[in-house]
Write a protein that binds this ligand. Structure first.
Ligand SMILES: [Zn+2]
Ligand SMILES: [Zn+2]
Length: 344
């Protein structure tokens, strides 16, 4: 088969690769669409240590079942499917409690790190275990289905705030693709005023179209004051932090209402320092949100019902053979890009 292989750091080649073997509990999928994730771009130069060459990246994918293993019962050749980006074991303590995102044996598709190498979907074929498959509704396209993985991250974060009263205020701090998907998700989840906070003023129109009532720039020095005005001096009920830097985490703490909740999704900085006394005296509830755990069917349903429009976030579609060009382009200019989807 043909595959887009990271043969060396910052070097992608469209070359022949072995068609993957598949076990009795696995299916072989003919890949139709696969999105380029920010984590692929960050791994491309070796800085994260999670894309050690040679590896086929790609974990935001969809396709058609081509072959099924001997123990596969509920899936058939020709089924249109997407799959979880994480292969969880279904046996460890976390899995048994439903926290499959926290599986102690988890392997992320398209990742090669110190512990494992799991080839991904920038290829004509990929083999995946049947327990991570999801069937596509008829009216959901393969390209839309390639957006399910990032959307599921937004849904999981919103589920962490499932205790919100209808109409509660929310702020999304950091408006990359996850932040933008979060804005649409929070609108659907019944939040009231939604404030988007972004580093630059680009994409302001799109962000408002996605459902934000207010757009603020982190570079404006009066961000806190503007949030105070919008929220009648109270601060925001729920903050979704989707950037993961010291500045944005601290801003989130400042603009959060007393007894409010901050869901941390972004984690680009491994460590940040935070104002302990503000967290304690405002009695803030701070929680991390990792990947997703069972949100795929709800995401597929929301796209099928047109409650979430992922098409607005797809910037470019290109053949997989052009993948090297798009990796280089996203790497050299990773601000304000919409999703790039590669089609084998
Ligand atoms: Zn991703
Ligand atoms: Zn597990």
């Amino acid at each position: 088969m043909k595959a887009l292989v990271l043969t060396d750091y910052k070097k992608m080649e469209y070359i022949d690769a072995e068609t993957p073997e598949f076990g009795p509990n696995e299916v072989l999928i003919r890949v139709k669409s696969c999105g380029i994730c920010g984590s692929d771009i960050h791994g491309y130069d070796g800085s994260t240590g999670r894309r050690r060459p040679p590896v086929i990246m790609g974990h935001e994918a969809s396709g058609i079942i081509e072959k099924v293993g001997s123990n596969v019962r509920n899936w058939n050749i020709g089924d249109r499917v997407t799959f979880d980006s994480t292969i969880y074991c279904n046996e460890c303590e976390s899995c048994r409690r439903g926290y499959v995102n926290l599986c102690t044996n988890r392997k992320v598709i398209g990742v090669s790190c110190e512990d494992y190498r799991q080839n991904g979907a920038f290829a004509e074929y990929i083999a995946v275990p049947q327990h991570i498959l999801y069937k596509l509704p008829e009216n959901v396209t393969f390209d839309q289905a390639a957006m399910i993985e990032p959307l599921s991250v937004a849904f999981h974060a919103a589920n962490m705030a499932a205790d919100h009263p209808i109409g509660a205020s929310a702020a999304v701090v950091g408006c990359g693709k996850i932040g933008m998907l979060l804005i649409q998700t929070l609108r659907m989840f019944g939040f009231g005023t939604i404030i988007a906070v972004k580093r630059s003023s680009n994409q302001q129109e799109l962000i408002k179209e996605l459902g934000a009532d207010f757009f603020l720039c982190t570079s404006d020095d009066d961000v806190q004051e503007k949030v105070r005005q919008i929220t009648n001096g109270q601060g925001v009920d729920y903050i979704f932090e989707a950037a993961g830097s010291e500045t944005t985490v601290n801003l989130s703490i400042e603009i959060c209402k007393r007894n409010g909740k901050i869901i941390l999704v972004g984690n680009s900085a491994p460590k940040v320092s935070v104002p302990l006394q503000a967290i304690v005296t405002k009695q803030l509830h701070i929680a991390g949100s990792c990947a997703s755990a069972g949100e795929y069917p709800a995401c597929l349903d929301a796209i099928a019902r047109n409650l979430i429009n992922v098409d607005l976030l797809i910037g470019n579609r290109a053949p997989l053979s052009d993948g090297a060009y798009w990796f280089d382009k996203l790497y050299t200019n990773h601000e304000n890009n919409l999703k790039v989807i590669l089609n084998p």
